[in-house]
Design a binder for this molecule. Structure first.
Ligand SMILES: Cc1cc2nc3c(=O)[nH]c(=O)nc-3n(C[C@H](O)[C@H](O)[C@H](O)COP(=O)(O)O)c2cc1C
Length: 338
């Protein structure tokens, strides 16, 4: 019996999704976002070829912990049979809550081999891939699409309908074409049209940078769920802000520097505790460090020290040192003003 995805959308609840993001949505960050209210998280995209070859690097991307659930594993590839075999394998070995198929990646290397958004040039292939994946797993299957490959072929409704008809139980739309890459604005009107056209839930994605944006997206599109990628960079608390906005509650302020650093420290601790490959985890963490320290006093100096750190312990030490200095300064200022 095929699993369902309707549990994600009880009584009109609008779930918030942390977007799959290569080099960003790893276990330590997924945990943090779950804590701040992301209802569903995803692995970054993993290639069907890598899965079938038992590539150790690919395997690292597939590992998750029970308390990160609900979680999807996102796979990509252009060969329907291999995509089916890869989904059967991840189902057996990792048991995610659902499998998501990537039809959105715009990266040249992937598109050249007809993977990711490259598939959108031939919707028959899209259909074959989905049908093959659906046949090969008892888990629910979702698809993450862009609005089209390029402007002339832009037609998210036709793409979404083909996904639904092939067995996709949920369609996530990043409302840009592959040619757009990340430029311009995501066309939320297309999310609205897709929501109207499909029976399965549509998750809107693109340009939610603030809690209030989540509410605007919901109001203007009627989408069933909201996915956030770049808005979470250095701001995992965006999920609690988005939830408050959706509930019509006052939106909590961004945390101050001290609190932001505590969150960054927690992220670092997650990194040393939960990552299987500490060197890679530290490399991945550097970009988060850059985001967390953006715009703070002495940020540039701190960043250059942090980027040299060789372990999470060193990162923690440097952050604590900075915090102590800031605390001293704050105390000093308070004493002075008092
Ligand atoms: C660093 C980075 C990595 C990404 N990796 C993936 C990926 O592995 N799979 C995927 O479907 N989309 C990926 N995306 C696209 C995002 O999931 C999302 O669709 C896009 O960023 C638009 O959402 P946003 O406006 O909230 O950022 C990536 C985006 C970024 C910024």
């Amino acid at each position: 019996m095929k699993g369902e995805l309707s549990w994600m959308f009880p009584d009109g609840y609008t779930p918030l999704f942390l977007a799959p993001q290569a080099g960003v949505s790893e276990s330590p960050f997924r945990r943090l976002c779950r804590k701040f209210g992301a209802d569903v998280v995803s692995t970054e995209f993993v290639s069907a070829d890598g899965i079938l070859q038992g590539n150790p690097q690919t395997r690292e991307h597939l590992i998750f912990h029970e308390d990160e659930r609900p979680i999807s594993i996102q796979i990509f590839g252009s060969n329907p049979q291999k995509m089916g075999e890869a989904s059967a394998l991840v189902t057996d070995l990792f048991q995610p809550d659902f499998i998501d198929i990537n039809f959105g990646c715009p990266v040249k290397k992937i598109v050249k081999r007809n993977g990711g958004s490259g598939c959108l040039r031939d919707l028959d292939v899209v259909e074959k891939i989905i049908r093959s994946v659906v046949r090969s797993t008892h888990l629910p299957v979702s698809t993450k699409i862009r609005s089209g490959f390029d402007e002339p072929s832009r037609d998210p409704v036709t793409i979404g309908l083909r996904c639904q008809d092939s067995g996709s139980q949920m369609v996530i739309l990043h409302a840009r074409t592959r040619t757009d890459m990340y430029s311009g604005q995501a066309r939320w009107d297309e999310i609205a049209s897709l929501t109207d056209a499909l029976d399965v839930p549509v998750v809107g994605n693109g340009d939610v940078y603030l809690g209030a944006d989540a509410r605007s997206m919901k109001e203007t599109t009627g989408c069933a769920g909201i996915m956030i990628a770049r808005g979470s960079h250095g701001s995992p608390w965006i999920f609690s802000q988005a939830r408050a906005a959706l509930d019509g509650q006052p939106i909590p302020d961004d945390p101050d520097v001290l609190h932001r650093f505590e969150i960054c420290l927690e992220h670092a601790r997650n990194g040393s505790r939960y990552e299987t490959n500490p060197n890679k985890a530290l490399r991945d963490f550097r970009k988060h460090l850059g985001w967390y320290t953006k715009g703070i006093p002495g940020g540039r100096n701190l960043r250059s020290q942090l980027f040299e750190a060789l372990s999470f312990e060193q990162v923690e030490g440097l952050l604590n040192e900075y915090l102590d200095t800031v605390l001293d300064l704050t105390d000093g200022l308070e004493a002075f003003s008092g």
